[in-house]
Design a protein around this ligand. Structure first.
Ligand code: HSO
Ligand code: ZN
Ligand code: ZN
Ligand code: ZN
Length: 256
């Protein structure tokens, strides 16, 4: 079965989706989903991207079944690694995504982050931060959306050209591969064929460096995005000979 392993419902402060809506949509597509609510500790706006984990498991436990698993998307900051590790151990997550949303205490949005920096400077800083985070967050199951920075960059060409950043990307991929961690293929930008093509050399390199596993997620914040463009993500995995997996009780499960 295909799993959409990146879905945000109402415990995420930026989603209004009811879990029942997510379940209905997944059922209509005949796919499984993993709910992965946002938890960004010490976010620049402290009230954003947090939720109560006791409430989460109390309210959603009854929806848990073989096609619906409960996870989390942790915003990674290297100084939060130990606190995050404890959180991961304290709750019965099926799956943990580690994502970089914040660099140098700033959201990676044009106004906050670029400030006169060139694309090369800004993206280098993003990847250096990602490497430091991946080092500390050795317990996460997958690295979320490596191309997150492309979403909001106010650049004519926001894509990551692998050859321009290989010295920074390779250490990240090597570390994940060595530890047997997965990397996510996030399909959110996959309506744009340029986005898919520019990511191809990165995932192919992951395979070359010994990486084996990918998780697949739409990053849906509303029902209509659930499962969207997962076919393109699966196609990319196939081209790179990476195996799509999902997680149950923190254990990798082969898709199909
Ligand atoms: N809502 C965006 C940005 C975000 N920032 C998440 C922090 N956490 C990603 O879905
Ligand atoms: Zn979000
Ligand atoms: Zn994210
Ligand atoms: Zn997300």
């Amino acid at each position: 079965m295909i799993f959409d392993s990146h879905v945000h419902t109402r415990f995420s402060t930026d989603s209004q989706m009811f879990i029942e809506e997510a379940i209905a949509k997944a059922k209509s597509l005949d796919i499984g989903i993993i709910v992965t609510e946002h938890m960004d500790l010490e976010y620049p706006q402290p009230e954003f991207f947090k939720f109560n984990l006791d409430d989460y498991f109390r309210e959603y436990d009854r929806y848990r079944n073989p096609r619906l698993r409960l996870g989390i998307e942790m915003g990674m900051r290297c100084e939060l690694a130990e606190k995050s590790r404890e959180m991961a151990a304290q709750y019965p997550f099926d799956f943990i995504i580690g994502s970089v949303h914040v660099v140098d205490k700033k959201e990676i949005y044009p106004e906050a982050f670029y400030q006169g920096r060139s694309k090369k400077e800004a993206y280098d800083r993003y990847f250096d931060t990602m490497y430091a985070c991946v080092k500390g967050f050795d317990f996460v199951d997958t690295l979320g959306h490596i191309d997150y920075i492309c979403r909001y960059a106010a650049l004519e060409d926001p894509e990551i050209d692998y050859v321009d950043f290989r010295d920074r990307i390779d250490p990240i991929l090597t570390l994940l591969a060595e530890r047997g961690q997965a990397i996510e293929i996030n399909s959110r930008r996959f309506d744009n064929p340029r986005a898919v093509e520019s990511l191809f050399p990165i995932y192919r390199r992951f395979r070359e460096l010994g990486g084996q596993w990918v998780t697949i997620g739409s990053d849906a914040h509303n029902p209509s995005d659930i499962g969207r463009r997962l076919d393109k993500a699966l196609e990319l995995a196939e081209r790179c000979q990476l195996r799509p997996i999902w997680f149950d009780k923190r254990k990798p499960q082969l898709m199909k």
